[in-house]
Design a protein around this ligand. Structure first.
Ligand code: AMP
Ligand code: ZN
Length: 135
């Protein structure tokens, strides 16, 4: 399934050129054009799924195996000191391209990059209420 208006569908299909560092039957891995660090890569499924909720389980399983290959290259070739593997789902969560993608961001000591969130401080009762909602 492709979406005619989706730039990542076109990139994943090879219709728009990209800096591809890995490809298999299900995924293309490209370098991000506005990288958070040297080697920042995006894992794109070749089929269009807007987010993790829509991604079939089979691809959800495979995408982490691809991420593992990429972090191997980043560690061995780029010599990164760590990496962040993350993905954003929905505008509220910072997603800007609505074709599922997983970011693999090599990190270097003192790279000055900031990736994170503001920690909350719920009471024990509030945590318990959330637990009861979810189980
Ligand atoms: P997100 O905010 O999680 O949806 O991430 C979208 C990412 O896609 C951003 O890091 C962009 O820099 C990147 N991006 C957008 N367009 C392109 C493109 N044509 N080629 C490579 N990366 C892109
Ligand atoms: Zn798409």
């Amino acid at each position: 399934m492709k979406n005619d208006n989706c730039i990542f569908c076109k990139i994943a299909a090879g219709e728009i050129p990209s800096a591809t560092i890995y490809e298999d039957d299900d995924f293309r891995v490209i370098l991000d054009i506005e990288p958070a660090s040297k080697g920042h890569a995006l894992i794109l499924p070749k089929e269009h799924y807007a987010n993790l909720y829509e991604l079939p389980e089979e691809l959800a399983t495979k995408v982490l195996v691809v991420a593992k290959k990429i972090v191997g290259a980043m560690t061995e070739v780029l010599g990164c000191d760590g990496y962040n593997v993350l993905q954003n789902n929905g505008e509220a969560a910072g997603q800007t391209v609505f074709h599922f993608h997983m970011h693999v961001i090599p990190r270097f000591v003192d790279d000055g990059q900031v990736i994170g969130w503001k920690p909350g401080s719920p009471s024990a009762e509030e945590l318990d209420a959330v637990l009861k909602e979810l189980v």
